[in-house]
Write a new protein. Structure first.
Length: 440
């Protein structure tokens, strides 16, 4: 490995069957551009869905996903392949502190942005600590795993989906029978794509399912008059190039107390990303763990400062790397630049705003449910032993605290469901660990 900060990116003939392109290797520029575009498509569905569910501007989210990816690239020295997109972990907290009802722009977005910046700051501090610990002993990953073993991280991830379940159900029901039926049709569209397709289409199940549901809605509403028709006048009027709608943050203590605990989720997600990429490439990337946390944290702060969502490393793009076996970090630079260009297209943003409410409601049911199941998947993959009473108690208490939205008011500091569940899981595991030394 080169001693320079950035790799030298040795050129290889990528794209051929069986050829593995490592992070410090590169392909021809036509191949880089093609692969970069594929990564943009992979992250697209989730990155635009998250801001829509929170009432954020999708153009800003796409723009900041590109800029965030470039920031991450700089901090890790171009040695960890990753794309940073909108994080779903923020949705519950943002809706809680803003009271967003799911219609149009979020009028209280500033309060959420201030809290997102605070979360990014805490995340960055954790990253700096891990960076320092890695420089001294190289054991930071083990230290994190000791505090947040799979039973804890799985419960925390599951809680996010469960906490959002009432919001998803309300959005899916809508205001009429037609809207409720269309939400269920959307669920079936995504499920059909997930089960009955293969290859690239299956990996893009969120995006393809969304497009299919929109087509069905247009046929029934615009064609047969069964519901509110989709209005494309805004798309026609919007210019091709222009600035997105930036927003300024407002710092409010209660909002920060609700959203800052999301930093724990981001740590778990990023840790999992590093472990997955290390396994795929055969390279030990633990040495870049702290730098990856800092890059993600700084990217989240920069995004929140202008009206964007918090960002995180994307599993969708790991899926693309798994299939293509191309891990060159330069591909993600290309993907980031493409996302930046899309962010400066108001016509693109106007097109996103035409997505019908019932379709978004159905997508909420699917996405929030997948988040909850992802937590359970962490337990299964890591073979968490629920015959161990410590694991059983930690998981059970965490799920109920989060799903029931258990809140704590400590003076001006308030923790809502996700926050109490997050800190409760970590603290409860630590306390029970002293009396039960067996590992999880």
């Amino acid at each position: 490995m080169s001693n320079s900060y950035f790799p030298r990116w040795r050129k290889v003939e990528g794209g051929a069957s069986g050829v593995v392109v490592q992070p410090d290797e590169r392909m021809s520029w036509p191949q880089n551009i093609a692969m970069g575009a594929q990564h943009v498509v992979a992250m697209f569905g989730s990155t635009i869905l998250a801001p829509l569910l929170m009432g954020f501007d999708a153009n800003v989210a796409i723009l900041m996903s590109g800029i965030g990816t470039l920031i991450f690239f700089l901090f890790v020295g171009g040695r960890v392949p990753s794309y940073l997109g909108s994080s779903f972990a923020f949705i519950g907290g943002v809706i809680a502190v803003t009271g967003y009802a799911g219609a149009g722009a979020n009028a209280n977005i500033g309060v959420a942005l201030g809290a997102i910046i605070a979360c990014g700051f805490v995340y960055t501090l954790i990253g700096l600590l891990v960076w320092w610990a890695n420089a001294r002993s190289g054991g930071a990953a083990q230290w994190i795993n000791a505090w947040m073993p799979p039973v804890v991280t799985g419960a925390i991830v599951a809680v996010i989906g469960l906490n959002l379940a009432p919001i998803a159900a309300k959005g899916a029901m809508g205001g009429s029978t037609f809207e409720a039926v269309m939400a269920l049709v959307t669920v079936l569209c995504v499920g059909g794509v997930a089960v009955y397709t293969r290859g690239t289409v299956q990996r893009l199940l969120i995006l393809v399912g969304l497009l299919l549901a929109c087509v069905i809605y247009a046929v029934l509403a615009n064609g047969l008059g069964l519901g509110k028709p989709i209005d494309f006048s805004g798309v026609h009027a919007a210019p091709w190039i222009g600035l997105p709608h930036f927003a300024a943050p407002v710092f409010e203590l209660h909002a920060m107390s609700v959203i800052v605990p999301v930093a724990i989720i981001l740590v778990a997600e990023n840790l999992g990303h590093i472990k997955a990429v290390s396994a795929m490439t055969g390279q030990n990337l633990d040495v870049y763990l702290g730098r990856a946390f800092v890059g993600d944290g700084v990217a989240t702060m920069v995004s929140g400062a202008v009206g964007g969502t918090g960002v995180t490393t994307y599993a969708e793009n790991i899926g693309v790397m798994t299939v293509t076996r191309i891990y060159s970090t330069l591909v993600f630079v290309v993907a980031a630049l493409i996302a930046v260009l899309l962010g400066f297209s108001p016509k693109f943003g106007a097109l996103i705003q035409t997505i019908p409410g019932p379709v978004l409601g159905g997508m909420s049911v699917v996405v929030f449910g997948l988040i909850a199941v992802a937590g359970a998947r962490i337990w299964v993959v890591n073979q968490v032993d629920f015959s161990d009473n410590r694991n059983l108690i930690v998981a059970a208490v965490t799920l109920v605290l989060g799903a029931g939205n258990f809140s704590l008011q400590l003076g001006a500091f308030r923790l809502d469901g996700i926050g109490t569940a997050t800190f409760g899981a970590i603290i409860l595991y630590a306390l029970l660990r002293r009396s039960s030394p067996a590992a999880a």
